[in-house]
Design a protein around this ligand. Sequence first.
Ligand code: AP5
Length: 209
Amino acid sequence: MSHRYLFVGPPGVGKGTQADLVASEFDIPHISTGAMLREHVAAGTQLGQKAEVFMEAGDLVPDTLVVAMLAERIGCDDAREGFILDGFPRNIPQAEALDAMSVQLDRVVALSVSDEEVLRRITGRRSCANGHVYHVTDNPPQVEGVCDVDGLSLFQRSDDTEEVVANRLLVFRASTAPLLEYYAAIVTYVDGLGSVEEVRSRVVQVLGS
Ligand code: AP5
């Protein structure tokens, strides 16, 4: 059985948190275009320099840049048996690009919570440079401001301000939500409200493990 999954949903709904857990469970890679782009920005690559201005504003990075990056990643050996896509495709042209790569998804998991909960989760999120994610009240690190895994300092993402989140929500509704219709035959809607463990067990049930 192949495990080619897409996790989709508004910013901060918990896609990355759930994708990490489920990817470990199925022993497949968690492929997050947001995380890959942030690595490019941090490393100051050409791609990172081009992407940064869009990310800071909460807009989508141009399709040509993201599709090329994703195509290279999905072609890696570790993705042969499956993967969880988190943040790609983000619009219909990207979904068509995935089709053109002959990548067929087995299931799309659509997570949802209210806009108020999105804002609460995002403004409370803290991350380390290696991408480990916490929440100040719901999932705090053992030592305030320090990553449990690698001891690095925790910071707030620059696109996690109220103003940028408002734009990210608009972009989600305008560009990403139409994917739910595009993938209607394979979408399962999952309530993203509840503890991380509660949501994980709902997702795993959908994926049949
Ligand atoms: P990206 O990184 O993909 O951002 P996003 O989709 O907005 O999603 P987030 O990472 O903000 O949230 P999440 O749903 O993963 O939530 P998380 O698990 O961290 O993209 C960033 C930018 O990159 C985009 O704006 C765009 O510019 C660019 N980009 C990326 N992909 C692109 C593409 N394909 N095309 C073009 N541009 C692209 O959880 C959030 C918080 O909530 C955390 O603090 C967490 O601890 C907490 N939490 C999680 N689950 C729960 C729970 N059940 N209960 C309570 N708290 C919880």
